[in-house]
Write a protein that binds this ligand. Structure first.
Ligand SMILES: *[C@@H]1O[C@H](CO)[C@@H](O)[C@H](O)[C@H]1NC(C)=O
Ligand SMILES: *[C@@H]1O[C@H](CO)[C@@H](O)[C@H](O)[C@H]1NC(C)=O
Ligand SMILES: *[C@@H]1O[C@H](CO)[C@@H](O)[C@H](O)[C@H]1NC(C)=O
Length: 902
């Protein structure tokens, strides 16, 4: 290989997550070369392990021998690496002081604990000892590859694929938290088909089932988490959030998956922040300056909820900046942080004095964890000298407790010497938690899964073998890939009573815990389980959150935080899009008339049904009140009383006339016409009663026709009377029998004829369009009017018009005849009464047309009463006056004389 090839390869290794496929290709070539080398080497040197020891062994390792060995590549300790200069050959040497991530140490202990338990149990893998080999990856691709190949090599020899001792039989490898590291491990292990268990983010591996069929995920599929977060946002009605993701492939993938999901659920991001990835120590200052700039974005945003996606180590930068805001003279943030399961305070021990209170009240999705009963006791025995194979504990102990194990180290001159009796439980939670975290728990379960699978394989083999050669089993012949068949169908209950099994994609069937972080000023925090996300639950019930249990950031004063672009639209308003802004930001406009919106934030207002109307605030539809002119209300009572009183008066007048029927004043001008007029007036008054009360089929039919007919009779009687007067003076000489006879015949036929025409109109009306009871829902906003629909307005106005015609005719004739010298000349009175009649009905039409509902009916009744009353008063009161009060005048001579004097 020449220099340019080396440079190219270095590049590929550094950013391998971006080019997984490419790396695989290169790695395959690489490993095949190595295999070839080993094959020849193996042949040359037989089995005495003549290989030289590795000159650059991985310093941080923990090896516990066993017949079966589980490998693990964590990222517990790292170095600040400088960017390559390309001036010298890269080496395996790591410079400078190692930095420990104390929290990772619990994961190492979890595996050691599981292996110890399995070895002590007689029920599982009896007669076989399980061991483990943990090699640090330093978050560096080249070291990850080296660690992986070291697992495949004999202890202390870096010759992969070649075994000197028979002790180390690698059966499974547990990956690191960082997905990039897991991917690097998987590329190598894919060649060997060794089962690999990942417990961190696995996004780059997901969908790569074709590439990595031997991968088991100890965390549920990440897509469930995205859905869970969306459910959570919807649950709290947070529609305006800040999104943060690393500026790398993982971040891209995350945004590609989540942004459409958010949009579908009508949630918008106020900003999307890509957190710069720090590859080398040299970038540190640039990254911090970038973040400081981005901090201003946080401060300006109205979003109160930030959804962060990312995984260590890059997120350290973010948490460090936020925690150290005060040191940068930045105002503190009071927000709700929603974080995915990858997040943890994987604090570097050198950043001991962090103020993590900015994350107080954060809500985090965490892989479900329970507490295996023996773990607290196990932690009690952990001391710097607890196990001689543990190469991690020195860095952990020194940096977590800030003390020194060796006195001679010049770097640690000013530090105190560790006593070795320090207590793990005295460490703040950012360094060490006494309870198993989700990640430790998944490693614990993975170890058991491997043991159970191996046990199952052992059992099935020994059954077959027994038949052949009596049950002896050589575990050395068992190859790791043979485990897959058993792992796929494994199902067991662990010591914490959780069931462990995988789905068809090799993902563990498990949910997420929703935890709430309560931080303290002493850098400690507790996770409180406040809910659960169960992807297997029926749709819509996946998320269960106990709202009351959640503690929010202090800036919210324990009031449920709101995170929206603008305040909700109140009921009675609907949303209106703002130009040029996301759909989560909108104006509120009040609903148009007669439309309502019942809830907050409605997209549109809806119309009330016909029989209901909107209230004043346009938030509800109210039932309309049904109205009609009834006997129960004052107006109805007054009108009814009036009509009955008038009828009684008319009846009284009729009585008086009948009693005095032989006096001249009654006999004058056709007595039977007078009676007819009185009777029709009586009926007129009574017919107004038809208009009061709820409109029924019968009353609607009768109302206008009865009224028209009776009034026509009355009017034609008046007309006949007037004509009688005129005829008396023009047609024949006074006193002759002929005159009387002609007058009577004439009068009767006029009444009959005129009424007949009206009757004809009414028959026509009823036969073409029947009046019927109807509901008027539209005339008044808040009321339904019960009314009679006339059927045909034209016919109604015909009836009215005909009456008007009769009235005007009577009026004209009476006006012409008013000066005729008849002793009982009624013409004057008739003129006057017709004047009253006409003016009443002329005012009726416009009033009738301009009123609605009850008043419309009342107007008609009033007009009926007024006009009939006018007729009664004008025509009959003078006569009654004479009959009752001046009986002396009621004789022929007196009347004639009176006229002559005039
Ligand atoms: C384990 O070893 C004991 C004695 O050494 C033997 O009796 C027993 O059958 C072995 N069990 C298995 C499962 O091989
Ligand atoms: C930190 O403070 C909290 C409450 O003040 C206390 O419960 C906890 O034990 C402390 N943790 C440590 C490690 O000192
Ligand atoms: C695990 O425990 C549950 C009850 O807690 C039981 O129904 C189930 O059968 C157990 N599964 C196995 C594999 O033992």
């Amino acid at each position: 290989m020449d220099a340019s090839q080396i440079i190219q390869k270095m590049e590929v290794w550094r950013f391998s997550s971006r080019r997984v496929v490419f790396v695989i290709r290169i790695m395959r070539v690489e490993v095949l070369l190595l295999l070839l080398l080993c094959q020849t080497a193996g042949k040359m040197h037989s089995m005495n392990c003549p290989f030289p020891e590795d000159p650059f062994p991985i310093l941080h390792e923990f090896y516990q021998p066993g017949e079966l060995v589980i490998g693990r590549i964590p990222s517990h300790i790292f170095f600040f690496d400088s960017s390559p200069s390309f001036m010298e050959q890269p080496t395996w040497m790591l410079a400078d002081k190692p930095v420990s991530i104390p929290k990772e140490y619990q994961n190492i202990l979890a595996l050691a604990f599981a292996v110890k338990e399995i070895n002590e149990k007689s029920g599982i893998l009896p007669n076989l000892s399980l061991g483990f080999h943990i090699l640090n990856s330093y978050y560096i691709a080249k070291m990850t590859y080296k660690a992986t190949l070291s697992l495949l090599s004999t202890q202390q020899r870096f010759i992969p694929n070649f075994k000197c001792d028979h002790q180390k039989n690698l059966i499974a490898v547990f990956g690191a938290l960082a997905s990039e590291t897991s991917a690097n491990i998987a590329t190598v292990l894919a060649l060997y088909k060794i089962p690999q268990f990942t417990s961190g983010s696995h996004a780059p591996l997901h969908g790569g089932k074709m590439l990595f069929p031997h991968l088991y995920q100890m965390v549920p599929n990440e897509a469930h988490q995205y859905m869970g977060v969306v459910r959570l946002l919807l649950h709290f009605r947070w529609t305006w959030i800040g999104l943060m993701a690393m500026d790398d492939d993982n971040g891209d993938r995350f945004l590609q998956a989540v942004v459409p999901l958010l949009t579908q659920n009508r949630i918008c991001s106020s900003f999307t922040l890509r957190i710069t990835k720090m590859a080398f120590m040299d970038d540190f200052i640039t990254v911090v300056l970038r973040l400081e700039e981005q901090y201003r974005v946080f401060l300006q945003s109205k979003a109160n909820v930030y959804f962060v996606y990312g995984e260590p180590p890059s997120l350290h930068i973010l948490s460090m900046l936020l925690s150290a805001a005060a040191k940068f003279a930045l105002p503190p943030l009071g927000k709700v942080w929603v974080v995915t399961s990858q997040w943890d305070f994987n604090t570097w021990s050198i950043n001991r004095i962090w103020d993590i209170e900015v994350f107080h009240g954060a809500i985090s999705f965490a892989v479900h964890s329970s507490q295996p009963p023996g773990f607290p006791d196990f932690l009690q025995i952990v001391r710097p000298s607890w196990s001689k194979g543990d190469g991690f504990i020195q860095e952990f102990w020194e940096q977590a407790f800030s003390c020194s194990m060796t006195m001679s180290d010049p770097h640690k001159e000013n530090e105190r010497i560790c006593t070795g009796e320090e207590k793990l439980e005295s460490l703040p939670a950012i360094f060490f938690e006494m309870r198993m975290t989700g990640r430790s728990y998944s490693l614990y379960n993975a170890a058991y899964a491997v043991a159970h699978a191996f046990h199952a394989m052992h059992m099935s083999r020994s059954k077959q073998k027994k038949k052949i050669n009596g049950g002896q089993l050589n575990f050395q012949n068992i190859k790791p890939w043979q485990l897959h068949h058993f792992l796929k169908y494994i199902e067991f209950n662990n010591t914490a009573k959780d069931t462990v099994r995988f789905n068809e994609n090799g993902e563990i069937l498990e949910g997420f815990d929703i935890t709430n972080w309560i931080t303290f000023s002493n850098s400690s925090f507790v996770r409180v389980k406040v809910g659960r996300l169960d992807p297997q639950a029926p749709r819509g019930q996946e998320l269960m959150v106990n709202d009351d249990q959640i503690v929010w950031h202090k800036s919210f004063n324990q009031v449920l935080p709101i995170s929206v672009c603008n305040d909700n639209c109140h009921p009675g308003y609907s949303k209106k899009k703002k130009d040029g802004e996301k759909f989560c930001c909108y104006d509120c406009v009040s609903c148009p008339e007669q439309m309502i919106s019942e809830q907050k934030d409605m997209d549109v207002c809806v119309k009330c049904p016909e029989d209901r109307y909107s209230n004043a605030h346009q938030t509800k539809c109210i039932s309309k009140v049904v109205i009609f002119l009834s006997y129960k209300e004052p107006l109805g009572i007054i009108l009814a009383v009036l009509s009955i009183s008038f009828s009684l008066i008319t009846a009284l007048v009729l009585g008086i006339f009948i009693k005095h029927q032989d006096t001249p004043i009654v006999k004058a001008n056709n007595r039977s016409l007078t009676y007819m007029l009185l009777i029709s007036l009586l009926l007129c008054f009574l017919c107004s009663l038809l208009f009061i009360g709820q409109p029924l089929k019968v009353t609607c039919l009768l109302r206008q026709t009865t009224f028209g007919l009776i009034f026509s009779v009355a009017l034609s009687s008046v007309l006949a009377k007037t004509i009688t007067v005129v005829l008396a003076f023009t047609a024949t000489k006074p006193g002759s029998g002929m005159r009387k006879w002609v007058g009577k015949r004439m009068a009767n036929s006029i009444v009959l004829f005129c009424s007949f025409i009206q009757a004809g109109i009414c028959v026509l009306w009823l036969s073409t369009s029947l009046p019927f009871p109807d509901k008027d829902m539209h005339s008044l906003n808040d009321k339904i009017i019960l009314e009679c629909n006339e059927g045909s307005a034209a016919m109604f106005y015909c009836v009215l018009g005909y009456m008007g015609f009769l009235a005007i005719l009577s009026f004209t004739v009476a006006f012409l005849a008013r000066k005729l010298p008849d002793s009982f000349n009624e013409a004057k009175f008739i003129t006057f009464s017709m004047l009253v009649f006409c003016s009443v009905w002329l005012t009726f039409v416009p009033t009738y047309l301009s009123t609605k509902g009850k008043s419309m009916v009342a107007v008609e009744i009033f007009s009926i009463l007024a006009s009939s009353g006018g007729l009664l008063g004008c025509i009959f009161s003078p006569k009654c006056y004479i009959i009752i009060l001046r009986p002396k005048l009621n004789n022929r001579e007196q009347l004639i004389r009176r006229n002559k004097i005039k």
